[in-house]
Design a binder for this molecule. Sequence first.
Ligand code: SAM
Length: 255
Amino acid sequence: MRKRGQHFLVDRRISERIADYAYLTGSDSVLEVGPGTGNLTGVLSARAGRVVAVEVDPRLAAALEDRFPNVSVIRGDALRVDLPEYEKVVSNLPYQISSKMTFRILKREFEVAVLMYQREFAQRLVAPPGSKDYGRLTLNVGLRAEAEILERVPRTAFWPRPRVESAIVRLRPREDRPKVDERIFVDLTRGLFSQRRKKVKKSLAAMGISSETISRMESDLLEKRPENLTPEEVVILAEAISCNHRTGSVFYTHR
Ligand code: SAM
C-alpha cells in the first residue's frame, strides 16, 4: 500500500483549485497519473473534454472504469504504459515516481502540467542558482520547462495523512528552450553536481574532459562552482563538449 504512495486528496476545494490552475476547457484532453479513488478525476471529468487516467492498482482502476463517461482508465505503471495524446497533465503524483514521471512528461508535447509533489521536491524545481536546493533536478527540468509553486498543501488535506508536506507546481514547456545534445547535458550535470563545491574547471577535468576542450571554454564559467551555473551556462559548456566529441563516443572516464 505504502509503496504506491496511496494518500488520497480529500479536500475537494484543493482539487477544484488544481483544475483551475490548468485552465481546463471542454476541448482539453488531460492525462492523470494515479487517479486512486477518483477524487481529482471527478473534478477533471466535469471540466475537461476527455481524461485518460493511468492507475497501477488493479482494484482502484476497476472501480474507476465506467464511473465517468469521458474518463478512460489505463491499468498499469505510468512510467511504462504507452501514453495517449493529450494537451494537459493534471495529477496528484505518487511521490516515489515524481522524478521519473516528470521527465517522461517533459519528453513529450504538452501545454501545461499541474502536479502535486512532495514539498521538498517542489522546492528543488524552483530553487534559484546558489541556493542549497539548486542542483541537477533544477537544471534538467529548467532546461525544458518553467516551474512555479502555486500553493503549499498541508498533510491534513490527505487521507491517510502522509508524513510529508506537499506543494502544487505548474510546469510550462519553455518556448525559448535551448537546443543542446540532451545526453551530454544530463551527463554533464551529473558530473558537475557530484562535486558541487569544486570549481567547474576541476570537475570537468575529473570527468575526463580533455584539457584541450576545457581550454576552449569561457574562463569565467570555468571559475564558477556548479551550484551557480544557470541552465544556459551549462548549455554553453555542453556545446563546447559536443563540438569536440562529434563521434558520440563516451567521453567521461568517471561516471
Ligand atoms: N489522485 C488521487 C487523489 O488525489 O486522491 C490519488 C493520489 S495518490 C497520491 C497516488 C495514486 O497513484 C494511487 O492511487 C496509486 O495507486 C497510484 N500509483 C502509484 N504508483 C503508480 C504508477 N507507477 N503508475 C500509476 N499509478 C500509480
